[in-house]
Design a protein around this ligand. Structure first.
Ligand SMILES: [Cu+2]
Length: 185
């Protein structure tokens, strides 16, 4: 019960923009007090509902869920499950993006390449619409994902990303989360 509470608190903290993972691996779990919540951050972040895992599995490279719905103002955490990946918006001028597939006026995002298991990157989505994004090293292998904020819209609608397929936005809205295994069949 106490553990549950700690995890819940950590989840709330995760939406507040904690970025320092360095050095908080295994200390301070003794008293279960407030000081323990930040220490447990590194291992409990995948319990958040708005978390997208970045995965290498054999010769498959993917985001999971590959489709996610959030409301405006919500934060999404991208987390390394295995391998080295990035979460990078399709926005011309952002890294190797060749096209823009986020809403007009929306803030771009780019985690750069993360390599450590459990490493996270957070982005808060304010502007309503459809956001497609990719992984810098695995874009040629089709590692792409989609997030719908509030309701579908913007230049991502109407055709698939140039490097791979993502779920249709309406399916993402209806299901709120579309797993990679479900999508890839
Ligand atoms: Cu990747």
């Amino acid at each position: 019960m106490e553990r549950r509470q700690v995890l819940k608190t950590a989840g709330l903290l995760a939406t507040g923009g904690i970025t320092s993972l360095a050095g908080c691996s295994s200390s301070g779990n003794g008293d279960g007090g407030e000081s323990a919540t930040s220490e447990s951050q590194a291992t409990s972040s995948s319990s958040g509902s708005n978390t997208v895992m970045m995965v290498t599995e054999g010769s498959n490279y993917y985001f999971d869920p590959i489709g996610l719905f959030v409301e405006s103002g919500e934060t999404v955490t991208f987390e390394i499950q295995s391998g080295s990946h990035s979460a990078t918006a399709y926005k011309e001028g952002t890294s190797s993006a060749s096209v823009t597939r986020i809403p007009n006026g929306a803030e771009t995002f780019n985690s750069e390449i993360l390599s450590e298991q459990g490493a996270t990157y957070e982005h808060t989505f304010e502007t309503t619409g459809t956001y497609d994004y990719f992984c810098i090293p695995h874009k040629p292998m089709g590692m792409v994902g989609r997030i719908v904020v509030g309701e579908p819209g913007g230049p991502a609608e109407g055709r698939m990303p140039p490097d791979g397929d993502v779920p249709e936005s309406q399916i993402i809205v209806d299901q709120e989360s579309v797993s990679y295994s479900e999508f890839s069949g």
